[in-house]
Ligand binder design. Structure first.
Ligand SMILES: Nc1nc2c(ncn2[C@@H]2O[C@H](COP(=O)(O)OP(=O)(O)OP(=O)(O)O)[C@@H](O)[C@H]2O)c(=O)[nH]1
Ligand SMILES: [Mg+2]
Length: 407
């Protein structure tokens, strides 16, 4: 689909399709270039502004997807006056510039376009639909109300006994502070892209790689009866029940590595333990990192004795116990990641909301109404930047650069 946005959209449609169809109705048209050569038979649509996604006049050409077809239509459009190729994210940027969406919605859209798991899709859809924006607008209104109260006090501050803010004022600020704090404590949206990080660790030959392969459902890691088979860190990102995971297989931990390479592998494995959300410990009970999940692996082997306190007894070879481990991992990950249907903050939004919360907390601490008014103004400014009422070009370049061409 080729989309044209801007004042020349109607002329472009007329030039290629020979006519402009009635608004918002798909119709079949023969597309021709300036020389009259037939390029394609396509569905065309005409959306007059300003009620369009970009807020401008918009035309769409739904062509047959062959590369040569697209190139021919693209070429015919390129020679028309006033038309040029869109930059990555330019349609969304125009939608933002024309007030069709705000920044939080644009970010939600970017996340939606890159969503790889069910959970990411659900979270992005909430933000793209404006849930976060509405929440911020609500807070902004409240702060505006508080500001008005302070201004009122300031106006009458010359008169006697009127410079005190009412008791409920501080209480209102405190309650808003609490609400922001609750939002800031929520899992961040980047976590959805990174996935819940599960590191498999233990001494050599305990079956880490075999379990890793079972969890990621592919033969990603080499397994063998030779101790020290895995030397490097192997990562695989998969979705289980729509929840994003990154599983990490590591070299077996032991004293006295056979060679320098194994020693590096062991150092890397140890570094991974620190980055894990959960460590699956396949070694001797109690010898793993604190809070690791004790796994008794290779349960199908003859003479198998599960280690004491094992949370999971399983065999990656027969599959026994693996499903139950996966279910428990999904539960743990769901707690640590944004909940479906709940708006989540990204790094930019988190930083600005922290700023708003800090200014609000300062407003609560100070008693001079002048200072209170100033802190409330700072709070509002942070909210404005969150939804893009106050932004810089640089910031917009970075943000919309995330999109691909045509979005
Ligand atoms: N019967 C049985 N054999 C297993 C099981 N898991 C692993 N093995 C075997 O045990 C050997 C070691 O398994 P790996 O998965 O390579 O062990 P590892 O912990 O990754 O070993 P290193 O990479 O050397 O640290 C291989 O021969 C596997 O086939 C299991 O659940 N049952
Ligand atoms: Mg291994």
């Amino acid at each position: 689909m080729i989309r044209v946005s801007g004042p020349q959209a109607k002329a472009a449609l007329a030039a290629l399709a020979g006519r402009v169809p009635s608004p918002r109705r798909a119709s079949l048209a023969r597309l021709r270039n300036a020389e009259g050569a037939l390029l394609d038979e396509a569905l065309v649509l005409w959306f007059p502004g300003p009620n369009t996604v970009t807020g401008e006049d918009l035309a769409e050409f739904h062509c047959h997807g062959g590369r040569a077809v697209i190139a021919a239509v693209d070429g015919a459009l390129a020679v028309l006056p006033g038309l040029r190729r869109a930059e990555p994210g330019e349609f969304t940027r125009r939608a933002f510039a024309n007030g069709r969406i705000d920044l939080a919605e644009a970010e939600g859209l970017a996340d939606l376009l890159s969503a790889e798991t069910e959970l990411s899709r659900a979270a992005a859809l909430v933000n793209a639909g404006g849930a976060l924006s509405r929440q911020i607008e609500g807070w902004r209104e409240q702060v505006l109300g508080l500001s008005a109260e302070v201004e009122g006090v300031l106006d009458f501050s010359d008169e006697e006994d009127s410079s005190d803010l009412p008791e409920c004022f501080t209480w209102n600020i405190a309650s808003l502070c609490g609400e922001l704090g609750e939002w800031l404590a929520r899992p961040r949206s980047e976590r959805l892209g990174e996935g819940f990080r599960v590191v498999l660790a233990g001494p050599p030959n305990v079956g880490k790689s075999t379990l890793f392969n079972a969890l990621v459902d592919s033969e990603a890691a080499i397994t063998s009866p030779i101790a020290g088979t895995t030397r490097d860190v192997i990562e695989r990102s998969v979705a289980i029940a729509g929840v994003p995971f990154t599983f990490v297989d590591t070299a077996g931990l032991r004293e006295g590595a056979a060679d320098a390479i194994e020693a590096i592998g062991i150092a890397r494995a140890e570094a991974q333990l620190a980055r894990a959300d959960v460590v699956l410990w396949l070694g001797t009970a109690g010898e793993g990192p604190p809070d690791a999940w004790e796994i008794a692996a290779q349960a199908d082997r003859e003479g198998f004795v599960p280690k004491p306190d094992a949370c999971f007894v399983l065999s990656a070879v027969t599959g026994e116990g693996v499903a139950s481990l996966k279910t428990t991992l999904v539960d743990a990950a769901s707690d640590a990641l944004p909940k479906p249907g709940e708006a989540a903050l990204n790094a930019r939004q988190h930083a600005l909301l922290s700023e708003a919360a800090a200014a609000l907390a300062a407003a609560k601490r100070v008693s001079d109404p002048l200072l209170v008014a100033e802190e409330l103004r700072r709070t509002r400014l942070a909210f404005d930047r969150l939804i893009g009422r106050a932004t810089t070009e640089d910031m917009l370049d970075t943000l919309f650069g995330r999109f691909c061409i045509g979005k």
